[in-house]
Design a protein around this ligand. Structure first.
Ligand SMILES: Nc1nc2c(ncn2[C@@H]2O[C@H](COP(=O)(O)OP(=O)(O)OP(=O)(O)O)[C@@H](O)[C@H]2O)c(=O)[nH]1
Ligand SMILES: [Mg+2]
Length: 186
């Protein structure tokens, strides 16, 4: 650690670090969202389906996020649970145009919510109803109904409509997450 890093740590200027899990079905836009949250010079131009998971970092005004960007492919979804314990927040991404697989997204969400490492924790969950730019997409209110989000009573949650290609809706979501995490830490 450099002198400046140490000094800023001592003065409380360094951003607090938080571990976030990014979950959701394959092709929902998780990697595109996380990529868009990075500074423009760190963004990758070529997003490919994630294999296993990838660890990414981005910052908000007061927090430094380390994100476990998990693959949503069926064969890798059993990896998710190994990271639940260390996660301090969850970003759950839904492809709002994929009506056929909305029921699968709900099943995965229900499995997550009932997992012993998640069930009894007040872990904040940010939902992105992504791909809002597509003509076939349903509204974020409809996504919320299809996933029965109103049944989540013991965790703070929030849903944002997003278009990850343009970056729309992402900052609103991150601002909410930052508020939730700070509310817990202070
Ligand atoms: N139209 C549109 N396409 C999007 C949006 N977000 C992501 N995509 C596209 O959706 C495809 C899948 O995006 P990824 O970010 O790789 O999806 P993922 O959820 O990380 O998928 P896995 O890594 O396989 O779990 C890519 O072709 C993206 O360009 C969006 O908001 N609108
Ligand atoms: Mg991915």
């Amino acid at each position: 650690m450099g002198l400046l890093d140490r000094l800023s740590g001592l003065l409380g200027l360094r951003k607090k670090e938080v571990h976030v899990l990014c979950l959701g079905l394959d092709n929902s836009g998780k990697t595109t969202i996380i990529n868009k949250l990075k500074p423009s010079n760190a963004q990758s131009q070529d997003i490919v389906p994630t294999i296993g998971f990838s660890i990414e970092k981005f910052k908000s005004s007061s927090l430094s996020f380390t994100v476990f960007d998990m693959s949503g492919q069926g064969r890798y979804r059993n990896l998710w649970e190994h990271y639940y314990k260390d996660g301090q927040a969850i970003i759950f991404v839904i492809d709002s145009s994929d009506k056929l697989r909305m029921v699968v997204a709900k099943e995965e969400l229900d499995t997550l919510l009932n997992h012993p490492d998640i069930k009894h924790r007040r872990i904040p969950i940010l939902f992105f109803a992504n791909k809002m730019d597509l003509r076939d997409s349903v509204t974020s209110v409809k996504v919320s109904q299809l996933l029965c989000l109103e049944n989540i009573k013991d965790k703070p949650w929030h849903i944002c409509a997003s278009d990850a290609i343009k970056g729309e809706g992402l900052q609103e979501g991150v601002a909410w997450l930052q508020d939730q995490i700070q509310a817990v830490k202070t």
